[in-house]
Design a protein around this ligand. Structure first.
Ligand code: DX5
Ligand code: ZN
Length: 235
């Protein structure tokens, strides 16, 4: 099971997004783009026009995390624009099956996110509709928050739920992921790691990505779940 690192540009310089993407392009697997609408979360970031521009200026696949009230309306457009992954929040979607299918039909991977206090079980029937499950490890809205380890048991359960399905669903964690917490996430079952401040607030973002990957790979090599999981389907 390959470790993937998705640096979040929420902690980058928004006036220099293309340069900030380029800094990690050789070492990261994805570029994580946090779309916030000041309704689903109490913060406002960027939307479709900026994503469309960014797509022209980076070779990294975009991992769009929609923290917005109307994902059913907007998510397919991100996929059509060229985002390689589009993640919607379970708490916000009114027609998740239709929306997840529209994301896939547009050629992107479909992700479903849950907040720290949201259980995965009520959404279990959606697992066949998704390529990635995002377990938020902070309350969404801001970078630089403290990692919530109450999510770790849910992550362990999610890993066995997806293993039971026999399909290759990636498990992503987002929020407070750093050199210390990434180890615990990998051990508990995560394989895709978002990191904002741990990457962009470091003196050398590319080296930070490499260090996070090394730490996660080390922890995964010792994790019981990884020994029983078939390799994922390629992105
Ligand atoms: C928070 C965002 C995260 C954020 C993580 O709501 O979804 O992607 O950038 O930032 P750090 O890694 O600093 O917690
Ligand atoms: Zn995010």
């Amino acid at each position: 099971m390959a470790v993937q690192i998705s640096p979040s540009i929420l902690s980058a310089d928004f006036a220099r997004l293309a340069d900030e993407a380029a800094v990690v392009a050789a070492v990261a697997d994805w570029l994580h783009v946090d779309v916030m609408d000041n309704h689903f979360v109490p913060n406002l970031t960027i939307g479709l026009p900026v994503v469309e521009s960014l797509l022209k200026h980076t070779t990294l696949p975009l991992d769009c995390h929609l923290m917005i009230e109307e994902p059913d309306r907007w998510a397919p457009e991100y996929a059509e624009a060229g985002a390689r992954n589009v993640t919607i929040h379970a708490e916000a979607a009114h027609a998740p099956v239709r929306t997840l299918r529209a994301i896939r039909a547009a050629g992107a991977r479909a992700g479903l996110a849950v907040n720290p206090g949201t259980a995965v079980e009520p959404y279990e029937d959606l697992l066949t509709e998704i390529d990635m499950l995002l377990l938020m490890t902070v309350e969404p809205g801001f970078g630089g928050q403290h990692f919530l380890d109450i999510v770790l048991p849910k992550l362990r359960r999610a890993r066995s739920q997806v293993a039971g399905l026999g399909t290759a669903i990636w498990l992503q964690v987002d929020g407070g992921v750093d050199l210390e917490t990434i180890e615990r996430c990998a051990e508990a079952g995560a394989d895709v790691f978002v990191a904002g401040s741990a990457v962009y607030h470091s003196d050398d973002p590319a080296r930070a990505v490499q260090a996070l990957r090394a730490q996660a790979e080390h922890a995964t090599a010792h994790a019981a779940w990884a020994a029983h999981t078939p390799p994922g389907r390629p992105g």
